[in-house]
Write a new protein. Structure first.
Length: 361
């Protein structure tokens, strides 16, 4: 990600001379480089696994993961430019075209990733709260339409802002003192409402989904465990011999061959599977909410604050650290889904067995 415009306000005046750039290698730069490389490899592996394994193609939920992996890979292409910016201590030396590209990734493409995460979180909430309707209504066509909407809506809102800034409002990199940022004051309303709608809204949805599902499950468990006690005096009074006949029936049932024993066993197995799936989905939602709260929320808040108050004194070190924290999310996405989804783990096992079979003499 590129640092927002507030980082470099009043640092240098516009000039026509190329700055004397001194490359500084810091430990945080090494961490950022490792995150970009590992994120690119992990998302490439996840995308390859989803396309290569034929057993995963018929699962509608995996369309979300394919779209997310492609978006993460696209966003991680900003890595070399961000690293060059960090090495040059905030001086942009990559040119105007590269500046426009990284601003597109920051303002437009990143918001599509936020909405993709929000769609995944809402889908998992739907699967846990209403599993029957989820299984009946979730189809490939439905998930593909949601993925298209998750990408089309941010582009419809933010692409005009980026295009106007690139073609009309933003000065050249040289005129900006060799710094790359949007001219948000020229489109102040756009720059303020856009992050609220395309950053804060999907991030808050992703954060709030977990407590909603958690307390819904707790309420359901309380309803199931607390059964109404029978009121004394109500109901038919037992007839003579009822106790004896009931005991006789129990003994006779115990002596009968268990020809239909598989029915309660199947029901119990299905209940256990549903409970495990619900717990796994809840864990996935919890991890996604925590990552959004730690990785994305601070950055989005700072963007809004610096738009409202451009003179807000936020040190450059804070932006560098938040840039590293932001990069954790696209790197952690493949790991989270590979560990949380059993179908992906089984696909990894099948791929490993195939590779071992090919490598054997």
């Amino acid at each position: 990600m590129v640092y927002p415009n507030a980082t470099f306000h009043n640092m240098t005046s516009a000039n026509d001379t190329t700055p004397n750039v001194v490359f500084i290698w810091r430990p945080v730069t090494a961490v950022n480089l490792s995150l970009y490389c590992s994120g690119f490899l992990l998302n490439s592996f996840l995308l390859f696994l989803l396309i290569y394994d034929s057993r995963l193609n018929h699962r509608p939920f995996h369309n979300y993961l394919i779209t997310l992996a492609i978006g993460n890979l696209f966003n991680l292409t900003a890595g070399p430019l961000s690293l060059l910016l960090a090495l040059a201590d905030g001086v942009w030396i990559a040119g105007d075209a590269a500046c426009s590209y990284i601003l597109y990734l920051f303002w437009v493409e990143s918001s599509a990733i936020y909405y993709n995460h929000a769609v995944i979180a809402v889908s998992r909430m739907w699967a846990i709260i209403h599993p029957v309707s989820y299984r009946n209504l979730l189809t490939n066509r439905f998930t593909i339409c949601l993925c298209v909407c998750a990408w089309a809506f941010p582009h419809a809102v933010f692409l005009p802002f980026w295009a106007l800034d690139t073609l009309k409002y933003r000065p050249s990199v040289k005129q900006n003192g060799y710094h790359c940022y949007v001219n948000d004051q020229a489109q102040y309303t756009y720059a303020l409402v856009g992050p609220l709608l395309l950053y804060e809204l999907p991030i808050l949805v992703q954060i709030l989904v977990f407590p909603v599902v958690f307390f819904t499950n707790k309420a359901r468990q309380m309803k199931c465990t607390v059964a109404p006690a029978p009121i004394s005096g109500e109901g038919p009074s037992p007839q003579p011999g009822t106790v004896q006949s009931t005991a006789t029936n129990r003994v006779s049932r115990s002596l009968k061959p268990t020809t239909s024993a598989h029915r309660p066993s199947a029901i119990q197995t299905q209940a256990v599977r549903q409970a495990k799936s619900s717990r796994a989905g809840l864990v996935l939602l919890g991890i996604m909410s925590l990552c959004a709260l730690i990785s994305w929320q601070p950055y989005a808040i700072c963007i809004i604050l610096t738009t409202v108050r451009p003179d807000l004194p936020i040190p450059n070190t804070v932006w560098v650290v938040m840039n590293v924290i932001w990069t954790i999310q696209p790197t952690a996405d493949p790991i989270i889904f590979l560990l949380a989804l059993k179908s992906l783990r089984e696909a990894v096992e099948r791929l490993t067995m195939r590779c071992m079979g090919i490598c054997r003499p």
